[in-house]
Ligand binder design. Structure first.
Ligand code: FE2
Length: 215
């Protein structure tokens, strides 16, 4: 399978899904875009081939789309969630998969599912939804978890200022081997400071590619 084998109409559907996320919650949309770009760059730094980088990129793009199925009172709550609310929030990876399921008739989209479903598993087995442990957690999901957590820590929201990069790096290091795959944390810590603005424009390029092909 090559990138050019992916039918153009599916990329148009992908854009439509993302516009739905943007309409519901712009912050989640922006987060998904950043995670998608960073996940691809981390996949590249980890030595994955071009097609696997695309799989990680798209799994990163879609990882949180299930949040459109979470009530605003929980999704947008500017305070700590109660246990019951957190349990609703925890259903979002499964909801993401549910939204993507019609596209899984196409092999490329089928291959995104493990990364999307398991992006909240932890290396120590204390994550969700399946409590997978260590390398049982699909590589795509382990890659997304690192960049997803880094983005969540450094992002500034209306009610909370993001942490400086250096503090977030330290957190990743502290939780390597517990929450994160330690090998991937090492690669991220080496690679992230070298990423340029141009590197971060990968998604914009993809959009142009989609528009050209959908022409
Ligand atoms: Fe998530």
């Amino acid at each position: 399978m090559a990138w050019t084998d992916i039918p153009t109409w599916t990329l148009v559907v992908a854009k439509t899904i993302m516009e739905t996320v943007r309409a519901k919650d712009p912050a989640t949309y922006e987060h998904c875009i950043r995670v998608s770009r960073s996940a691809r760059l981390l996949a590249k730094a980890a030595g994955l081939d071009e097609m696997d980088q695309r799989i990680v990129e798209f799994a990163g793009l879609f990882h949180d789309i299930g949040k459109i199925g979470v009530p605003d009172s929980i999704l947008l709550k500017p305070a700590k969630l109660t246990e019951a609310e957190f349990n609703v929030m925890k259903s979002h990876p499964e909801k993401s998969v549910q939204i993507l399921t019609p596209l899984t008739a196409i092999e490329f989209y089928q291959r995104l599912i493990p990364g999307v479903l398991h992006h909240h598993e932890r290396y120590d087995g204390k994550g969700y939804p399946a409590c997978l442990k260590g390398e049982e957690v699909p590589l795509t999901a382990r890659l997304i978890l690192v960049v997803d957590t880094f983005d969540a820590m450094t992002e500034t929201r209306a009610y909370r200022k993001g942490l400086p990069d250096e503090v977030a790096y330290r957190e990743l290091k502290d939780f390597a081997g517990r929450q994160f795959d330690p090998h991937l944390v090492k690669i991220f810590l080496e690679a992230r400071p070298t990423w340029t603005e141009a590197d971060m424009k990968i998604f914009a390029e993809m959009n142009n590619d989609v528009l050209k092909r959908a022409g």
